[in-house]
Design a protein around this ligand. Structure first.
Ligand code: ZN
Length: 223
């Protein structure tokens, strides 16, 4: 009897997704005046639904760095940068911000989480830093990169729930994916609507492919 052959399926070299989840066909080059620096924890576990790389591939004006610490913004970015012209986004809602009753958008806060009276305008910023990973990984990156404390800080209050829906329950229902966070933030900072829509559209393609994959797996188990 012949041994069953083992099929090794390589991930897409571009988007690094499994073939069934490859979204390269929907990735477009999207315009944004603000640079997006995504810091990704090396153990970011979500290979199926992780969205940092897709966001990076969609935005020519972006940088994706995988690691635990960098000495400063300039090193992480690989080019000159002025700390005061950058904002770091808190992911999720794990910060004690007085956001109850607040409108949606980017809320700039001081070190205590109190909204600034004179918030920076989009013209005051060159870029944003987004931390990708679980809540504890994001916290780890935060503490290992003291230079983040020198940047402006903003909390994103999403205008709509994540497209993840049933696919992800962690860490909190209201958490957006990294790519949705970037889409919302760039939209608020004045990027063309096509940019945010393009980012969300590609993420939706990924989620639809994932749902199809799960459905297929369920059907295979039944038969
Ligand atoms: Zn791909």
């Amino acid at each position: 009897m012949a041994e069953p052959s083992i099929v090794v399926v390589e991930n897409c070299p571009h988007c690094q997704k499994a073939p069934a989840l490859c979204v390269c066909e929907s990735i477009q080059q999207l315009a944004a005046r603000h640079h997006v620096l995504i810091l990704q924890h090396p153990q970011e576990p979500d290979h199926d639904l992780g969205s940092a790389r897709i966001a990076h591939l969609s935005l020519p004006n972006s940088t994706l760095k995988v690691g635990l610490s960098w000495p400063n913004l300039k090193t992480a970015l690989g080019k000159e940068a002025v700390n005061s012209r950058w904002a770091v986004l808190y992911l999720g809602s794990g910060i004690k911000a007085p956001t109850a009753g607040k409108k949606t958008g980017l809320i700039f806060v001081d070190k205590k989480g109190i909204p600034l009276e004179a918030a920076p305008t989009p013209k005051d910023l060159d870029g944003i830093v987004v931390i990708d990973g679980t809540w504890s990984q994001a916290k780890a990156l935060w503490w290992r990169n003291a230079w983040l404390l020198k940047l402006k800080r903003a909390i994103l209050i999403p205008s709509q729930p994540s497209l993840y829906k049933e696919l992800r329950r962690e860490p909190r229902k209201e958490c957006l994916s990294t790519i949705e966070t970037v889409a919302d933030a760039l939209e608020i900072l004045g990027a063309p609507p096509a940019t945010a829509n393009g980012l969300r559209g590609t993420f939706k393609v990924l989620l639809d492919k994932r749902r199809a994959q799960l459905k297929e797996a369920r059907a295979a188990r039944k038969s």
